[in-house]
Design a binder for this molecule. Structure first.
Ligand code: CO8
Length: 259
């Protein structure tokens, strides 16, 4: 199946989803969100063990939600759009496989928000991040006021949100928004390499880590620790735990089966 505004390909056990509207710097219109949703629903099978999300062209990851569409929103339709986008981005964040964003240029507004619902961010030296919504008389609607402060802290989040200014890749790295900064032409290759490495991890433990981190985020520490305890106990009952610990003791590579 082909999509209007995205590309989908599979490399080994890594799925690669490319937002493909380079003439609009990959801005996310409603049709693009439809494509992302349909693509994930159709293609995320057990054989896909990691996902890379990137943007087409040399200039942009995603330059935000489509401003022409936002121009036509009223409060009621605006609510539908923000609920819809938040649901989709939360769905991506909740995936049980690692999601790596390959950010080759602008990650602005909804693009920064898409990058932040990915689990890890590989960033070109040319990339720029920002939440410029205030310049349009709006606020972020795809999670920016929530995820940005969780990743970089309230002070830095408010700096970006209230000024609408952009930061470069090195600042994003210093702030913890970028996991790695790489040469521009290496961005996608490095993201795919990392995704491929993460894809080999014990599947149930990986799922439990993602669940524990994201379910625990924002909870009181004691509640987060309870989540961790439940998932730790679950992992102790798996064949993968028996295999991983036996492999260590026998000084060999583990062969995880996800059981
Ligand atoms: N929406 C629609 N079109 C866009 C967008 C966008 N976000 N960004 C760029 N484009 C289009 C431009 O209009 C232009 O089209 P055309 O060639 O037809 O004139 C084309 O992409 C190329 O852009 P520029 O000529 O502007 O390229 P520059 O290199 O000069 O500038 C910038 C690049 C700085 C990235 C500039 O394009 C820009 O400022 N873009 C807008 C960035 C922005 O404000 N993003 C936030 C949007 S709001 C948002 O994301 C809210 C998310 C939550 C919404 C919830 C409900 C919908």
């Amino acid at each position: 199946m082909s999509y209007e505004n995205i590309l989908w390909e599979v490399d080994g056990n890594v799925g690669i989803l490319t937002i493909n509207r380079p003439k609009a710097l990959n801005a996310l219109n409603g049709a693009t969100l439809n494509d992302i949703e349909a693509c994930l629903k159709k293609n995320l099978s057990d054989s896909i063990r990691a996902l890379v999300i990137t943007g087409a062209g040399e200039k942009s990851f995603v330059a935000g939600a489509d401003i022409a569409e936002i121009h036509d929103l009223d409060a009621s339709i605006g609510l539908t759009f923000t609920e819809r986008g938040n649901k989709l981005f939360s769905q991506i964040e909740s995936l049980s496989i690692p999601v790596v964003a390959a950010i080759g240029g602008f990650a602005l507004g909804g693009g920064c928000e898409l990058a932040m619902c990915c689990h890890l961010r590989i960033v070109s030296e040319k990339a720029k991040f920002g939440q410029p919504e205030i310049k349009l008389g709006i606020i972020p609607g795809y999670g920016g006021t929530q995820r940005l402060s969780r990743i970089v802290g309230t002070g830095r989040a408010l700096d970006l949100l209230l000024s609408g200014r952009m930061i470069d890749a090195n600042t994003a790295f210093q702030w913890g928004l970028a996991n790695e900064v790489v040469a521009h032409e290496q961005t996608l290759a490095r993201a795919k390499e990392l995704a491929g490495q993460l894809a080999t991890a014990a599947p149930l433990a990986r799922k439990a880590i993602l669940e524990s981190v994201f379910q625990g985020a924002g909870q009181p520490l004691a509640d987060g620790l309870k989540i961790e305890e439940r998932l730790f106990a679950f992992c102790c009952g798996t064949s993968d735990k028996n295999e991983g610990t036996a492999a260590f003791l026998e000084k060999r590579e583990a062969n995880f089966t996800g059981k």
